[in-house]
Design a protein. Structure first.
Length: 136
């Protein structure tokens, strides 16, 4: 029998299993591209690399910045807390960190225990809720 052993170290933003799954999906995407018969090569790229490189820099300077999206499910909240957040429209860690304590307490089904749980989970990752004086 063949055996594969992996040692995975993460910074805590993903579990080791999630990191391996993400990496495998990323590699599958690359391998699918390399296996494709249709390779797209822009004529400008082949003809004049320096012009294409400056064009790419100009295009990226005007591109809107995408906000990252990390699902709150990876924080392992209790089902009640997770449901209260999702029902209130908070689906990512980034959205959660923009909420204030008062905002969270106004969510239906979200109480003091849920607030303590959110603070603990965010604190474990070096994150915190928004300050009181900043409004969403």
């Amino acid at each position: 029998m063949e055996k594969l052993a992996l040692e995975v170290q993460t910074n805590g933003s993903l579990s080791a299993e999630e990191a391996v799954i993400f990496a495998s999906q990323l590699l599958q995407g690359y391998f699918a591209y390399f296996a494709s018969d249709k390779k797209i090569v822009e004529p400008e790229f082949v003809a004049d690399f320096s012009r294409t490189a400056t064009q790419h820099v100009d295009d990226s300077a005007h591109a809107p910045v995408k906000e990252s999206y990390t699902p709150i499910e990876i924080l392992s909240f209790s089902p009640r807390t997770l449901n209260a957040l999702i029902n209130a429209g908070v689906g990512s860690i980034e959205q959660l960190t923009k909420c204030t304590e008062n905002t969270l307490q106004n969510f239906r089904g979200f109480g003091a225990k849920a607030l303590d749980e959110v603070k603990k989970m965010l604190g474990d990752r070096g994150l915190k809720l928004s300050d009181e004086n900043i409004e969403e």
